[in-house]
Design a binder for this molecule. Structure first.
Ligand code: NAD
Length: 318
C-alpha cells in the first residue's frame, strides 16, 4: 500500500506516521505538510519525523494542500490518503479564522478532488467539536452539527463539502473520524498539556481559564492512531466514526493532577469567550469494529503523567 498522510509533521500526524511505520513495515508513505508554526513541537520543521528522512519508504513533500498541482504529484499512485492537515488552534481561530476556512475546508476539498481522480480511499480527520458542547449525555454520529467556534465551523463545513463526493459521478471512497481531545508527545507548545508541563518546568503558575470547570474527554494519541488505522482499513464508505476513550476530566482537575505529582501552582485567569463547557461523544459505532483504547481508568492517569513528564524533562534540558 502507498499511503499519503497530510499534516504529517503535526501532533497527531507525526504520531500516526510512527504508528503506521511500525504496524505496516511493507507500506510506502508520502508525507505532506506545509510546515506551519504547528509543525513539530517547535514549529516550521519536519523535526518530529527526522528519523525517517533516510528511510527509502518515506517521501517528504513540503506543500500546501490547497496547491492542487502539488497534490496531483504527491498523491500519484497512492491507494489511500489520510488528511490531518488543518489549522487546529481554537484560540487562533477566534482572532483570525480565515486561514482555518482555507486549510480545513477548501484544503480538504482539494485533497478530495485529487483522491477522486486517483480512486484513492480518503480518510478525513474531523473533530468532536463539530457537535458543539453537551451538558449531559453524549453525541451520536447522526446528530445535527452545532459548531460553536470558528475552528469547529471550518471542520463542520469541510464535512458538508466532502459529503457530495461520495455520490456519482465522484464516488469518493470517503470515511471520516471525529475524535475527542488528544494528548501525547509531539504536540505544539500552545496546547494545554504542553502548557501545564512548561509552567511546571519553568516554575510559573499554570493558567486556568475561568473556574477551570470545562470538561474534555482526553484520548491518548496512540489510541487514536490505532482507531484511525482500523477505520482506514475497515470503515464503511460514507460513514463517520466518533473516537473517544471517555476519560472526562475538567481543566482544573488536570492541572491539579499535574501539581500533585510534579509540584507547581495554579493561577486563575479570565475565561476565554465561547469556551465550551463539556464535550462528550458516543463510541458504540467504532466499538463494534473491535477498537479498544488502552489509556483508560488507572492507566489513563499513568499515561497522562508520563506524557507530562516527557514535556517537563524536555524543558528542564533547555
Ligand atoms: P496540528 O496543528 O498539530 O498539526 C496540523 C499540521 O497540519 C501541521 O503540521 C501544519 O503545518 C499542517 N498544515 C496546516 N495547514 C496546512 C495546509 N494548508 N497544507 C498542508 N499542511 C498544513 O494539529 P493536530 O492536533 O495534529 O490535529 C490534526 C487533525 O486532527 C486536524 O485536522 C484536527 O482538526 C484534528 N483533531 C485534532 C484533535 C486534537 O486534540 N489535537 C482532536 C480532534 C481532531
Amino acid at each position: 500500500m502507498r499511503l499519503a498522510i497530510t499534516g504529517a509533521a503535526g501532533f497527531i500526524g507525526s504520531n500516526f506516521v510512527y504508528y503506521m511505520a511500525e504496524k505496516h513495515p511493507d507500506y510506502d508513505f508520502i508525507l505532506i505538510d506545509k510546515l506551519t508554526y504547528a509543525a513539530s513541537e517547535r514549529g516550521y520543521s519536519w523535526e518530529n519525523l527526522q528519523m525517517f528522512e533516510e528511510d527509502y519508504r518515506f517521501r517528504f513533500v513540503t506543500a500546501d494542500i490547497n496547491d492542487k498541482e502539488a497534490m496531483y504529484d504527491a498523491l500519484y499512485m497512492c491507494n489511500a490518503v489520510v488528511n490531518f492537515a488543518a489549522e487546529s488552534h481554537v484560540g487562533r481561530a477566534m482572532v483570525n479564522g480565515e486561514r482555518h476556512i482555507l486549510s480545513n475546508d477548501l484544503g480538504a476539498v482539494t485533497v478530495a478532488e485529487v483522491a477522486c481522480a486517483y480512486s484513492s480511499r480518503f480518510l478525513h480527520v474531523s473533530t468532536d467539536e463539530v457537535y458543539g458542547d453537551i451538558l449531559e449525555g453524549s453525541f451520536r454520529e447522526d446528530i445535527q452539527f452545532n459548531p460553536r467556534n470558528r475552528y469547529a465551523g471550518s471542520k463542520a463545513a469541510a464535512e458538508m463539502n466532502l459529503r457530495p463526493f461520495i455520490y456519482p459521478p465522484h464516488n469518493l471512497d470517503l470515511v471520516i473520524t471525529r475524535s475527542a481531545n488528544n494528548f501525547g508527545k509531539f504536540q505544539s507548545q500552545e496546547k494545554f498539556v504542553h502548557v501545564i508541563a512548561e509552567c511546571i518546568a519553568k516554575n510559573r503558575p499554570i493558567p486556568i481559564h475561568g473556574e477551570g470547570k470545562e470538561i474534555r474527554e482526553w484520548l491518548w494519541v496512540e489510541d487514536n492512531c490505532a482507531a484511525i488505522d482500523l477505520i482506514l482499513h475497515e470503515g464503511k464508505k460514507g460513514e463517520a466514526y466518533n473516537i473517544s476513550s471517555h476519560q472526562e476530566v475538567s481543566n482544573l482537575d488536570l492541572a491539579k493532577l499535574a501539581v500533585k505529582h510534579f509540584g507547581g501552582k495554579i493561577k486563575f485567569v479570565p475565561n476565554r469567550p465561547g469556551n465550551d463547557r463539556r464535550y462528550s461523544i458516543d463510541t458504540r459505532k467504532i466499538d463494534r469494529l473491535g477498537w479498544k483504547p488502552r489509556a483508560t481508568g488507572k492507566n489513563f492517569e499513568k499515561v497522562m503523567l508520563e506524557c507530562m513528564g516527557y514535556y517537563i524533562q524536555k524543558y528542564q534540558k533547555v
